[in-house]
Design a protein around this ligand. Structure first.
Ligand SMILES: [Zn+2]
Length: 379
């Protein structure tokens, strides 16, 4: 089967055909959707598969903080794929977050999923990782609420997709969570217990998001200067993947929070094939903001002033630089019309930067030429 109509394909096809190969699937977040075409052009040029994703907080039936509904991002990404004649991409619902796990929470989540399925999503990530019972006696008890909520939504997706193939990601261990000892990491036995329980319940994920030392968004030092992120615990990540393999579970790791991680560290030291999906999100927002400084200085100033005015009180200890880096994502919806009507030269610069930076990510992920393997698998 060749994908001649340039519609999104299930990420499970990418997962299955690249399983245990030395590669990570490029996964980008078009929170400011002006970045979409540059990213896609790079993937096409490198002949690499691409997953495009937005989280529930950013994109939901009400629009989220990116001001985009599932139908809206679906149209933008589909139009781009058709224009560029790019056949090797998936549309993924990142962090379908379930924070409470109450009946009301589950029902609202099902409605969101229905909207995503209707909009033509081909891949889904259920995130009930917040639901952790610290009083649980054993691992299974500690994870019971996560297992329960993930099962309910997992089976709902299964029903909704019917006989259509799709990719599935789940999450165990909240990414970036810290206790008095620092970042809390997912243990190998936790990952295995979680996946086995889901399998028993009829839910079969491909990708597993774990807490392995990264955090979402930009990283800052104590003075509020943006710095590189070098905190991914590679040894622990390999141990989790090994435990999954030892238990004959065809599930591998989705690396969240890549923004700020040096590309040479990824290229030379990340365990490609244990990590199979690499999520890059805030990085692309940084590109847009940096270009706005020069190309759209008035808009940039208004974005800056709005963010500082609205978030200073929430984190008075942080300097303005860090406040903007952490909270400017909430300005996207506020300035939606102005962001989406920037000049042609701005669009051209965004496109060029996103293209070039995505080339480097795909190189670091060993993605070059891997789209052909997926195509052959689909044939
Ligand atoms: Zn994430």
């Amino acid at each position: 089967m060749t994908n001649n109509n340039f519609e999104p394909i299930p990420s499970s096809f990418m997962f299955k055909s690249l399983l245990d190969m030395n590669t990570i699937i490029m996964t980008a977040n078009p929170r400011i959707a002006l970045v979409t075409k540059g990213i896609m052009r790079a993937a096409k040029e490198m002949d690499a598969p691409l997953i495009l994703e937005l989280a529930r907080s950013e994109c939901n039936l009400e629009g989220g903080y990116a001001g985009l509904t599932p139908a809206a991002i679906s149209k933008i990404t589909r139009d781009a794929a058709k224009e560029l004649e790019f056949d090797m991409w998936s549309l993924h619902a990142d962090h379908i977050g379930i924070k409470k796990g109450t009946d009301e929470d589950i029902e609202a989540t099902k409605k969101l999923v229905d909207g995503q399925i209707e909009a033509g999503y081909t891949s889904f990530a259920i995130d009930a990782s917040h639901l952790f019972n610290f009083q649980g006696g054993n691992l299974r008890e500690e994870l019971a609420n996560n297992i329960d909520a993930t099962t309910k939504i997992g089976l709902h997706i299964k029903r909704g997709m019917g006989d259509k193939e799709y990719g599935l990601e789940v999450e165990v261990g909240e990414i970036g969570r810290e206790d008095e000892h620092g970042r809390v990491l997912t243990r190998p036995e936790e990952a295995v217990t979680f996946i086995k329980a889901l399998n028993e319940n009829g839910v079969y994920p491909h990708f597993l998001a774990i807490a392995n030392g990264s955090a979402h968004g930009n990283t800052y030092d104590t003075n509020g200067n943006r710095i590189e992120q070098v905190s991914v615990d590679i040894e622990q990540t390999v141990a989790v993947a090994q435990a999954l393999k030892d238990n004959n579970l065809d599930v591998r790791i989705a690396q969240h929070g890549i923004t700020g991680t040096p590309r040479d560290l990824i290229h030379n030291h990340f365990p490609h094939g244990d990590i199979v999906k690499g999520n890059v999100a805030t990085f692309y927002q940084n590109i847009v903001w940096d270009l706005f400084k020069v190309y759209e200085p008035e808009l940039y100033k208004d974005l800056w002033d709005w963010t500082i005015a609205n978030y200073k009180e929430k984190a008075p200890e942080k300097n303005d630089n860090e406040l903007f880096g952490k909270f400017s994502k909430f300005a996207i919806k506020e300035f939606f019309d102005r962001i989406y009507s920037v000049g042609e030269d701005t669009l051209e610069a965004i496109d060029a930067m996103c293209y070039a930076e995505t080339l480097i990510f795909i190189k670091a992920f060993n993605g070059q030429g891997t789209a052909k393997i997926v195509r052959d698998h689909m044939a």
